[in-house]
Write a protein that binds this ligand. Structure first.
Ligand SMILES: Nc1ncnc2c1ncn2[C@@H]1O[C@H](COP(=O)(O)OP(=O)(O)OP(=O)(O)O)[C@@H](O)[C@H]1O
Length: 274
């Protein structure tokens, strides 16, 4: 059992296995997540991070294992019940229909509508406007989503997740298309919501430094399993990075003890020569 499996939580995952066409991809993953916590999921390309999120969300069906969202088994929830509990910001969304930004964001309120066939309420409209303001997207409100840059579109997907008002949010590389200003803006907005509203966030990401400064805990995956999970100070170490990524990096610490790495191109050669 890793330190990500110790607590009862908003999400509880045990012994999760998933195969693509009989090829094992997730091999016994276990995780817990508390309300008010940001869990970073890191690991090399192809280690199973996106597959894990898709399985936790129910897009993919696990071969074996248990997934509980807010104390209820995932398989017992209807799509509408699930959407009230968890919002998913995917890496690549198929949402390229000719909708305006406002219409796309409003779609996040679908699971909250009084009736499936009824219209949106005044509260739905107000909330969508508020979230667009919070994410500095008001100027795009009438623009078709098909005419947005990659980064602008990624912020719209995040806005859609926020208006869903789900207590759990999954982010799959949600800031990968954003410049450093917008990346930090998004992270601060998410962190603020986590603290004020007690959300649980699982965020797949690659940047070790951003993860170390933003996440309460980090799970590093390797070959379909959680290799290590814990406080960023315990997890971002030279030895773990070498074992998981096969590069030799020096790990520094800032005044608060938060680790950071300075990538060097020669780092791969140092490991293969070692
Ligand atoms: N639809 C699919 N069919 C078959 N194999 C797949 C499929 N999607 C992913 N895989 C394989 O499963 C493994 C895990 O993929 P996954 O996308 O979960 O990795 P990841 O850790 O998110 O990678 P990255 O960091 O590159 O986004 C990879 O070997 C990948 O090739």
């Amino acid at each position: 059992m890793t330190s990500c499996e110790k607590r009862a939580a908003g999400i509880r995952v045990r012994n999760l296995f998933f195969d693509y066409h009989l090829r094992p991809c997730l091999k016994g993953v276990g995780l817990d997540l508390q309300p008010g916590e940001i869990l970073g999921v890191l690991g090399p390309n192809g280690s199973g991070k996106s597959t894990l999120l898709k399985t936790l969300f129910g897009h993919l069906k696990a071969r074996e294992g248990e997934i509980e969202l807010a104390g209820l088994p995932l398989e017992s929830l209807t799509p509408r019940e699930r959407a009230r509990r968890v919002a998913f910001v995917p890496q690549n969304s198929g949402l390229r229909a000719p909708l305006t930004v406002f219409q796309a964001v409003l779609m996040g309120r679908y699971s909250r509508k009084g009736s499936r066939f009824g219209g949106y309420s005044g509260n739905d409209f107000r909330l969508a406007e508020q979230v667009l303001r919070d994410l500095s997207l008001s100027e795009f409100i009438h623009r078709p989503v098909t005419e947005l840059s990659g980064g602008e579109f990624q912020k719209v997907l995040l806005a859609r997740a926020f208006v869903q008002e789900a207590p759990v949010i999954f982010l799959d590389e949600a800031t990968s298309n954003l410049d450093i200003h917008h990346t930090l803006e998004i992270m601060a907005t998410v962190q603020d919501k986590v603290v004020r509203e007690g959300l649980s966030v699982v965020s797949v990401m690659h940047d070790l430094n951003l993860a170390a400064s933003w996440c309460d805990r980090i799970a590093i995956m390797k070959e379909g399993a959680v290799f290590v999970c814990g406080d960023p100070r315990e997890v971002i170490t030279r030895e773990i990075i070498r074992q998981v990524y096969g590069v030799s990096l020096v790990v520094h610490h800032d005044q608060e003890g938060i680790p950071y790495v300075l990538p060097r191109v020669s780092a791969t050669r140092e490991v293969s020569c070692a």
